[in-house]
Design a protein around this ligand. Structure first.
Ligand code: HEM
Length: 393
């Protein structure tokens, strides 16, 4: 990292956090906690101006060509800065035609294009690639609820990644392999860890703090002329690798394919490559169904199909948890008490809440293989596989 990049990083880890926290305490102490405009004017101006100075320095320095890690770090830091300016209503895509922060936009566009990612902070910056220094990783504020949210999201992502890794390793071995047992076991362990992380969020995260002081940093914002959707914990390839490898979602489904295309640039280039690779395989469900008629009595089929079904059940549980517990408790519930003006921009992707909720329901129902007349879930195929396992037992 260049010394200018290091100086900016240090500011993001210190003064930036203090100013955001101070502003959050101001907003949260009001009767109307969603009211941000006209509050904390001098702190907001300091945050904007101090950050601006680091950015002008970095822009003058130009891309130092110091490699991916350095560009990735700068992109994350300029993104956290721009996300905070959006959160404090110093810009708002509903009002502005373009970002008023020209230098920050230029820096983000330059670095984003050079490393092959969207020019904004992404989930990885705060989750799996959030470098801790002396035990402290980056965050917007020093609020306990933000730490809880970042850390449990990261643990859940790591769990999904372990599952995706294990399932991907079955592909070259084949679904009839006798050593698939350890991989199915690892896949289940990863999902059990996700369930625990989701549970901890559900039990421990304070609804109001999350809704009023954490979530607003994840709103869409302008970079240059274009609005980029917010970051969400789902912007890593692992979850989609699991969808595709299990076969619960299909890359030729127009809804799902669109989702994959939309999230590509919000992921690390290495994740983008993993996802592309995954789209080239036949799913484990299809492999097992092809073998079912001939082999349902075989030991390998009994063992591996049962293990596969257990993985699907656990994965379905994580999807139901996400929607029926996390989205419901932390987004839908509190949004109900907001007026129309404050409801705008509540979601990370931007669409109105009911539209977003419907699309998240579709994902839950694919992953739980629910029965739906309007959706081609794998419910019937999983039932066929279960029946084959019972028949062959
Ligand atoms: C308080 C906890 C959480 C809440 C309130 C929440 C809420 C949401 C919302 C509202 C979205 C839609 C994005 C948008 O705003 O436009 C979303 C997407 C997503 N979230 Fe979460 N989330 C939480 C935690 C997690 C965790 C722990 C994970 C696990 C890694 C996760 C995984 C995902 C995924 C994968 C998506 C993308 C859509 C999908 O593929 O299902 N979320 N989340």
């Amino acid at each position: 990292m260049s010394s200018r990049a290091e100086a900016f990083d240090h500011w993001i880890r210190t003064a930036f956090v203090e100013m955001n926290t101070e502003l959050e305490e101001l907003y949260f102490s009001q009767r109307d906690r969603a009211s941000v405009e006209g509050v904390g004017h001098s702190v907001k101006a300091r945050l904007r101006d101090e950050g601006h100075r680091y950015i002008v320095d970095l822009l003058q320095e130009g891309n130092t060509g110091e490699g991916f890690a350095s560009g990735f770090g700068v992109l994350g830091n300029v993104g956290l800065y721009m996300g905070a300016l959006r959160r404090h209503e110093l810009t708002n895509p509903d009002r502005d035609q373009r970002s008023p922060f020209t230098e920050a936009s230029s820096l983000a566009l330059h670095v984003g294009a050079s490393i092959g990612m969207a020019p904004r902070f992404a989930t990885v910056h705060l989750a799996t690639h959030n470098l801790a220094i002396a035990g402290k990783r980056k965050s917007f504020t020093s609020l306990d609820d933000e730490s809880l949210f970042i850390d449990e999201n990261t643990r859940a992502i790591l769990g999904f990644q372990r599952t995706a890794d294990a399932l991907a390793r079955i592909v070259p071995l084949g679904v009839s392999s006798s050593v698939a047992d350890v991989l199915f076991q690892a896949a289940k362990d990863g999902l059990r860890d996700v369930i625990k992380a989701n549970d901890r969020l559900f039990q421990r995260l304070d609804v109001d703090r999350f809704f009023f002081s954490v979530r607003p940093y994840y709103k869409p914002y302008h970079v240059g002329r274009q609005v980029f959707r917010g970051a969400n914990a789902g912007d890593f390839s692992g979850i989609n690798e699991i969808d595709l490898l299990l076969g619960l979602c299909r890359a030729n489904d127009p809804y799902y394919a669109q989702l994959l295309v939309d999230k590509m640039s919000f992921m690390l280039p290495s994740d983008q490559a993993r996802l592309r690779e995954c789209m080239t395989h036949r799913s484990l469900l299809d492999e097992l169904l092809l073998a079912a008629e001939e082999h349902s009595r075989a030991d390998w089929f009994q063992r591996n199909a049962r293990a596969f079904l257990e993985v699907c059940d656990l994965f379905g549980r994580t999807a139901a948890q996400h929607h029926d517990q996390l989205v419901s408790r932390f987004i839908i519930g509190p949004a109900g008490s907001l007026d129309e003006q404050h409801l705008q921009g509540i979601t990370a992707s931007g669409p109105p809440l009911p539209v977003l909720v419907r699309s998240l329901e579709i994902l839950r129902d694919y992953r739980t293989a629910a029965t739906r007349n309007d959706l081609d879930t794998r419910h019937d195929d999983l039932a066929r596989l279960r029946a084959a396992v019972e028949r062959g037992a």
